[in-house]
Ligand binder design. Sequence first.
Ligand code: RB5
Length: 142
Amino acid sequence: MKIAVGSDHAGFEFKKGVLAWLERNGYQFNDMGPYDEGSVDYPDYARKVASSVASGECNSGILLCGTGIGVSISANKIKGIRAALACNPEFATLARQHNNANIICFSARFTDMATIEQSLSNWFNTDFEGGRHQQRVNKIEQ
Ligand code: RB5
């Protein structure tokens, strides 16, 4: 299980927190940048993470920007990606249970690190429910 992680400058500090959480919890990850807090364009990093998940190089992805909206919109342009913006841990649970999201996105400006950590834990420890949700996910793919 390998996790692709990326952000923009607004998400850079919390990305460090996410990487530390992944490390503490024994996940393998690929930090796709940025590697300093200089201003960058979030679609570049969303594309890197989303492409690595779509190709199967990574199993899932985590993206952060100021609101989480820009990275969500960008990642969802890549075929096969279901990127969900998680505003709280319940969103993260449902993003897995109902949508089988393969990328989770966070707001660095409107979410705190504790919420992100609990959301990651929920997302990684919840199973997709399948059934009626599978038929809906199939329609997204079509
Ligand atoms: C950068 O200032 C900000 O626009 C970006 O982080 C994000 O919030 C976009 O959706």
